[in-house]
Design a protein around this ligand. Sequence first.
Ligand SMILES: Cc1cc2nc3c(=O)[nH]c(=O)nc-3n(C[C@H](O)[C@H](O)[C@H](O)COP(=O)(O)O)c2cc1C
Ligand code: SF4
Length: 482
Amino acid sequence: MEDGQQTIEKWSSRAGDEWSVERTSCLGLCDRAPAVLVEDEQAGPVEAKEAVKVCNGWRGTPTDYSEVRKGEVRVMTSLIGKIDPDSIEDAMANGVYDGLKKALQTNPEAVLTEIETSGLQGRGGAGFPVGRKWRFVANEKRTPRYIICNADESEPLIFKDRVLIDTNPHQLLEGMTIAGYAAGASEAWIYIRGEYEYQARRLENAIDQAETKNLIGEDILGSGFSFKIHVHRGAGAYICGEETALIESLEGKRGEPRLRPPYPPQFGFRGRPTAVNNVESFCAVPHIVKNGAEWWRSLTNAPTPGTKVYMVLGHIKNAGLFEAPFGLTLREIIEAFGGGMEKGSKFQFALCGGAAGTIVDSTMLDVPIDFASSQKGISLGAGSFLICDRSISPVAFLREILHFFTAESCGKCTPCRVGTWRALEILNRMTSGKGQKGDKDELATLAALMQDSSFCGLGQSVAIPIKSALTHFGSEFVKAEH
Ligand SMILES: Cc1cc2nc3c(=O)[nH]c(=O)nc-3n(C[C@H](O)[C@H](O)[C@H](O)COP(=O)(O)O)c2cc1C
Ligand code: SF4
């Protein structure tokens, strides 16, 4: 297989001297891989042999999700392919903003109670109850209060928020406006990664349209409630997805995490009460308001209520995104939704959740997955599952993950800044035939140290793929020591 440098050389030679080709980290385009960014425009799938076409404006074919997979329960994705995402008229004709209208006819307390009763859990990875967070903000006496939508989505394997924005941007604006109403907030920001320029423009257009219809802005639909939404582009750093680093960045400072407590609901943007939620969390809200908390709870028997937008990738037949209730097993994700393993491929392991997820072997195929299942050794995270067959070495795979974390560690604290480098060094030698006796134990020690003493979730969660890989594939690591 060619390495990254060879790919760059191929692209450079075909694109010609007018173009500069650079290596990049995650683009949020897993479902369009191989992908490139051409002067802020997303392209994929595209190969180096198509470089001239790409330089002339061709951008590949975006994945089409209008076809519903067998077993899907579509709520947040229900209008994919059914509306023109850039037309508010089309969105409204299909029920978007009905949730907001209903909310404005009741009172903020009733909306807050509905979201709390629904049991909606945040979709950025940690699963914190959305209603509880809004309650913290609403209970703060100080104003103004703020809402922030976390659209940073910089973790490799995650691209659901991009698809949600691309297919129904008004659903997100509606959810954020309801959040503002419930929590007593007056202004909001969507913090979106810089690589999503196309989606940022789409959101700005949607905001303009919603303002024209008085669905955002002053005295919304004569309710007396006013709410503004802005779009802010990040500069491309995974750490800026961590909510306090995001707030620092939004305030114009270097994107580094803050010491917590105080948490953002008490001390957030500009020191004010702030609710930070993921794109998907906001997208679920209008449906709960419209159909009721009990309906949301009835969608699954799993401990986590409602549906989830999942991503499945790797050596399976039908990669991409789908929506289904919580509680799916890995086997169901692979067989029922992913179409099974690719021809000739045999399952070896899966990375579950995202880059900071668990690496598991076939013993975990039948464990129902939700926010609580990480205690059983399989994580949901932001909902992505990378399925790998026996052609992939777990040791080399873990090396790639550490390469990402080493590059993205913000450097503020020593355990993560140095620990990620040391782990990468060990994995580099293990994968180049220069492993040393004790390397496996050294990796385990570093993982424990990063988990216990890193300043924020980035360093703490590096331990998750390391520990799980050592648990399930310990013998491979021992082999790589010699
Ligand atoms: C390193 C790091 C990166 C993160 N990236 C994201 C992200 O891209 N999107 C996101 O919603 N949450 C991300 N989070 C989680 C956020 O800090 C926060 O918990 C989340 O935005 C809260 O929203 P939710 O409760 O709706 O999930 C990240 C956390 C860490 C530690
Ligand atoms: S854990 Fe890593 S990302 Fe977080 S503050 Fe420390 S160095 Fe920065």
